[in-house]
Design a protein around this ligand. Sequence first.
Ligand SMILES: [Zn+2]
Length: 127
Amino acid sequence: MDHKTSFFKKADIVLAIALLLLGLGSFLLLQNLQKAGDTVTVTVDGSLYGTYPLAEDRTEQIVTPLGSNTLRIEGGRVWISEADCPNHDCVEKGAIAKQGQIILCLPHKLSVTITEQEGGGPDAVSY
Ligand SMILES: [Zn+2]
């Protein structure tokens, strides 16, 4: 009988850990699904400057020949927090979060758009 009770205790612990991992896994999966595929694409004067995953919070200094803009990505949104352009239209535009939305800084010939990630990177095949 002793063996049986200890077996069940072990089984309970294993079950608890399994449930915990399952919960954590589905939480991460859900986060991944919500944000998968969205990429922030920055172009300067019509050429690609860089792409950044929308899911990763970061601050990026975009330096163009005409001036610089500070790109902020946070919580699945992206905006220009600072710029040395004369009109600050890009800063006043505020945050964008959906595919196809665009922030323009005409004095710097800069555009920031949200696009769908093409083809799916290594992240896409991990599930
Ligand atoms: Zn601007």
